[in-house]
Design a protein around this ligand. Structure first.
Ligand SMILES: Cc1cc2nc3c(=O)[nH]c(=O)nc-3n(C[C@H](O)[C@H](O)[C@H](O)COP(=O)(O)OP(=O)(O)OC[C@H]3O[C@@H](n4cnc5c(N)ncnc54)[C@H](O)[C@@H]3O)c2cc1C
Ligand SMILES: NC(=O)c1ccc[n+]([C@@H]2O[C@H](COP(=O)([O-])OP(=O)(O)OC[C@H]3O[C@@H](n4cnc5c(N)ncnc54)[C@H](O)[C@@H]3O)[C@@H](O)[C@H]2O)c1
Length: 485
């Protein structure tokens, strides 16, 4: 048996894996990446980018609806799911080409097949094209990601429910889609599919949506979903399923007080993710997992085996592509004499519903739990002139301010939330006090300009700090006149 040797062996071509491979190969190190299916990982193929592509098509539908009052007169319109699918596929094809070109230009070898360990730092690869290769790395990097978890409910697997992978490849419109899970995947898909014209029901185990957020955020999302005509069943447990997703299904659902049968045509599972570590034969390589199957790593992302690192979702990092990218930077730093770690990272995130939800830093619930003194300032998005120009006044923003005027956290639910959050993120990274934002000249009328109004017109809470409050306190629209003049 011939074993091929590499300086760097990367398993999985997701965010961290591909950037590390490209960087090290470009520096002249012999590097291979083993990938079993998706060139470039989930993000460009079945997750972030295709879902945002489809969500944008759904936004277009919402915009041409005459009830928006935008003054656009259109004839009758309908959704063409094959057109939606075509646009998404074209984007993925272009992204795959870009990835392949980068593998070529950097010299990192892409080996298409499934890897599993045979001994420390050595894998066998069942090649997609047939046959087997054996590869060994002086250094090995795991970047194998996660997949949608399928809850162990009688009849559910037999019903062949969709995950995000199949839902993003739909050429038809489900008549009645039941979504299991009211988290990120569930909410983004619920709104898009409803806008395309499906009836949508969310089954959520807990008593609120996106339960890691503050209750006012969960409530605002619930209101948004309801306003779009989405049914939500809270505190519900799926007991059993009969039938087949794509045609007809019956779901037995138990809530606190009763049992109910929900009849639908399709099921989408959005109930969290499981690590792709189960088929890697990691025990052969002395790589330890935690109780949920994620690779155990320290703050430098080193595993229990020497010269083996893990990055991204499979390492238990927060499940976002930008975190995977930072994991790459942590590992690269440590390979090249730096000292970057995963400790204390300021990690922002955005839920791409319409409007978006964006957050960075501490939530109010976290501050209360940790007994950190804070003031909170909150403003309706309707007080931001930009939102008035867009007729997108739904939502609010709020900032947590510490005793030294430092920004502890920021949440915004509203149009262009993701871009507004980035401004606050930079201020936090630079340790700027909130008063600096008030003094900044932002372009009018932008969403970022709204940050000034948050601090000058918003409602401040936590009266024990009232001696530090700005003088003006209101949420009315007088802002519009002042700014417009
Ligand atoms: C629907 C959806 C939407 C999302 N939207 C966003 C978003 O908008 N923004 C955001 O930041 N995050 C988003 N995420 C999360 C984001 O997609 C993940 O956090 C990110 O893709 C994880 O990257 P990764 O590199 O850890 O894993 P992956 O990108 O999943 O890469 C792992 C790769 O390893 C390969 N692999 C696994 N096992 C083997 C093996 N044995 N041999 C060879 N190859 C193997 C897999 O095929 C895969 O290509 C979304 C997730 C979903 C499901
Ligand atoms: N915009 C983004 O950045 C984005 C988009 C999609 C996904 N993601 C990432 O992917 C991760 C996974 O997303 P997700 O939505 O699958 O998981 P999630 O953890 O965000 O939400 C899962 C939800 O399903 C519920 N649930 C679990 N089991 C259930 C059951 N049996 N019945 C009813 N409800 C059940 C949970 O209570 C939870 O609310 C996210 O946490 C996020 O990190 C990010």
């Amino acid at each position: 048996m011939k074993i091929e040797s590499y300086k760097n062996l990367v398993i999985g071509s997701g965010e961290a894996g591909k950037y590390l491979a490209w960087t090290l190969a470009k520096r002249g190190q012999k590097t291979a990446v083993v990938e079993r299916s998706m060139i470039g990982g989930s993000c460009p193929n079945v997750a972030c980018l295709p879902s945002k592509n489809v969500i944008h098509s759904a936004k277009a539908i919402a915009l041409v609806n005459p009830t928006t009052g935008l003054g656009v007169v259109s004839g009758s319109f309908k959704v063409d799911m094959s057109g939606v699918l075509h646009r998404k596929r074209k984007m993925i094809e272009a992204l795959t080409e870009t990835h392949l070109a980068t593998f070529k230009s950097t010299g990192a070898e892409l080996v298409l097949g499934e890897a599993s360990f045979t001994e420390p730092k050595t894998v066998q690869v069942a090649l997609n094209a047939g046959g087997t290769r054996h590869l060994r790395g002086d250094r090995v990097f795991l970047c194998v990601g996660t997949r949608a978890s399928i809850p162990d409910v009688p009849g559910l697997a037999l019903a062949e429910p969709m995950t995000h992978v199949e839902a993003l490849d739909l050429e038809r419109l489900p008549e009645h889609l039941v979504i299991l899970g009211g988290g990120y995947v569930g909410l983004e898909f619920a709104q898009a599919m409803r806008r395309f014209g499906s009836r949508v029901t969310i089954l959520q185990r807990g008593d609120r949506l996106l339960e890691r957020e503050d209750p006012d955020v969960s409530d605002a999302l619930k209101e948004l979903m309801k306003s779009e005509g989405i049914d939500i069943m809270f505190r519900s447990e799926l007991m059993s399923v009969t039938g087949r997703s794509g045609t007809k299904v019956k779901l037995k659902v138990r809530s606190e007080t009763s049992e109910k049968i929900v009849e639908a045509t399709d099921i989408l599972i959005a109930a969290g993710r499981s690590p792709n570590t189960d088929r890697l034969n990691l025990s052969q390589a002395n790589i330890e997992l935690d109780s949920r199957g994620f690779v155990q790593v320290n703050e430098k992302l080193q595993t229990s085996a020497s010269d083996v690192w893990a990055m991204g979702d499979c390492a238990g990092s927060p499940q976002f592509t930008h975190v995977g990218y930072d994991d790459y930077r942590v590992v690269l730093s440590n390979l090249t004499g730096g000292s970057r770690t995963t400790k204390g990272r300021l990690i922002p995130y955005c839920l791409f519903t319409d409007p978006e939800l964006a957050h960075v830093g501490m939530t109010e619930s976290q501050a209360m739990k940790k007994n950190i003194p804070y003031r909170i300032v909150r403003l309706s998005m309707a007080a931001v002139p930009r939102m008035q120009t867009l007729s997108e006044t739904r939502g609010f923003m709020k900032a947590l301010i510490g005793t030294e005027d430092q920004i502890l956290g920021f949440t915004v639910f509203g149009a262009e939330a993701s871009e507004m959050m980035a401004v606050m993120q930079m201020a936090m990274l630079a340790s700027l006090p909130y008063t600096f934002i008030i003094e900044t000249i932002f372009t009018h009328p932008t969403a970022a300009e709204g940050l000034i109004f948050l601090f000058t017109k918003g409602t401040w809470l936590n009266p024990q700090f009232s001696n530090m409050l700005p003088e003006i306190e209101n949420t009315d629209l007088s802002t519009l006149q002042e700014i417009g003049s």
